[in-house]
Design a binder for this molecule. Structure first.
Ligand SMILES: [Fe+2]
Ligand SMILES: [Fe+2]
Length: 361
């Protein structure tokens, strides 16, 4: 973030729409310059950025990037700052779900650095500021809730059967521990669900480096899945706050599951993807049970967390039920991707030979 001295230097602030970098918007530059001068991050009000399809240039252009010029930023840290000003400056934050949510609380501090990295600023199409630093408008989407939730891979080979029974056997202790606490169950299971995509993506990444070859987009697809699962977690932790012993359990389970999945993927990617495919089938079942509890009034259908409203482009009056429906649709997509990946291996091919289903939601 900029210091006061540094921002005196900055009078030319580059404002440009994504897709047309370099264009200068004189209409908004004055406003932005004054905001920059104050070295503030102003948290946006609660509107939602909707209807942005990253594939459409006209819609993409609606997202306005505001960046401080690199020269000014560098001057800020190397020339204009005295020792006192090198200290962190306080940043104003607004609603609880804004930058605070993405970066760590209402006492968020701006960091002044020699390296001249200033955070990009994104606004919604209505001109208000995008309030999440953990994801951006072009990463949001409308879930395809029409996806077939009943699809099931019938195990044929011995390995498939082992994969299915591995997952089924994990369900009993899970049912025993959580019983009907589906909010808590969802939150805890998402801490596990985000592991396979990251492990698979990481291993494919290293394989690509070792072999000097393309991945067919599978690295990105699997990392996208991991990120999507993590967003499920970020959503459900707004609904069910983890207790200390649940955090401890996650700590232990992550240690075991990460290593087990890592070794499993090294030995047999087709087995690892099959296991994940069956895990996703179980996740669909869990969320269907969650919906039953909501529909029968045993779980209160509270308003949807703000992060979910923005991430899935839900209506402002969306509820927890709407969130569970879109999360369940995500799980069905993960199920398809992982069973598909396993099938590719089963048919004697490598993943890179079949273009990855990027952006499959
Ligand atoms: Fe999930
Ligand atoms: Fe999933």
């Amino acid at each position: 973030m900029m210091s006061r001295s540094a921002t005196r230097v900055i009078r030319s602030v580059a404002v440009y729409a994504q897709g047309s970098p370099g264009y200068f918007s004189t209409a908004t530059a004055g406003t932005i310059a004054s905001e920059s001068t104050s070295a503030r991050i102003l948290n946006g009000s609660g509107g939602i950025f909707r209807g942005v399809n990253p594939g459409k240039v006209s819609e993409r252009a609606a997202v306005t990037w505001i960046r401080l010029p690199g020269m000014g930023a560098r001057n800020a840290s190397t020339v204009a700052l005295d020792a006192k000003e090198q200290k962190e400056e306080k940043v104003e934050t607004g609603s609880a779900g804004g930058v605070a949510a993405g970066g760590g609380g209402s006492d968020e501090k701006a960091i002044v650095s020699y390296w001249g990295i200033s955070p990009g600023k994104v606004t919604k199409e209505d001109g208000s500021e995008w309030r999440w630093s953990c994801f951006r408008p072009w990463e949001t989407y409308k879930a395809n809730v029409e996806i077939d939730l009943e699809k099931h891979h019938v195990p044929v080979t011995f390995l498939d059967k082992v994969a299915l029974w591995t997952v089924k056997s994990l369900r009993y202790p899970t049912d025993l521990f959580f019983q009907r606490r589906y909010g808590c169950r969802a939150m805890m299971l998402e801490t596990v669900a985000a592991v396979p995509g990251m492990v698979g993506g990481m291993l494919l990444h290293f394989k690509s480096l070792r072999r000097f070859e393309h991945s067919g987009g599978w690295i990105k697809a699997l990392l996208e899945e991991a990120e999507n699962e993590r967003m499920h977690l970020m959503t459900f932790m707004e609904v069910a706050k983890p207790k200390w012993y649940e955090r401890a359990l996650v700590f232990a389970v992550q240690g075991v599951f990460f290593n087990a999945y890592f070794l499993g993927y090294l030995v047999s990617p087709k087995f690892a993807h099959r296991v994940t495919g069956y895990l996703e089938e179980e996740a669909i079942h869990s969320y269907t049970e969650f919906l039953k509890e909501l529909d029968e009034g045993r779980i209160e259908n509270v308003p949807a967390p703000a992060i979910a409203v923005d991430y899935w482009r839900l209506p402002q009056d969306a509820t927890l039920r709407d969130v569970v429906v879109v999360v369940r649709a995500d799980e069905a997509h993960h199920r398809d991707v992982n069973h598909f990946a396993s099938d590719i291996h089963y048919q004697g091919h490598e993943l890179k030979e079949s273009p990855a289903p990027l952006g499959y939601h």
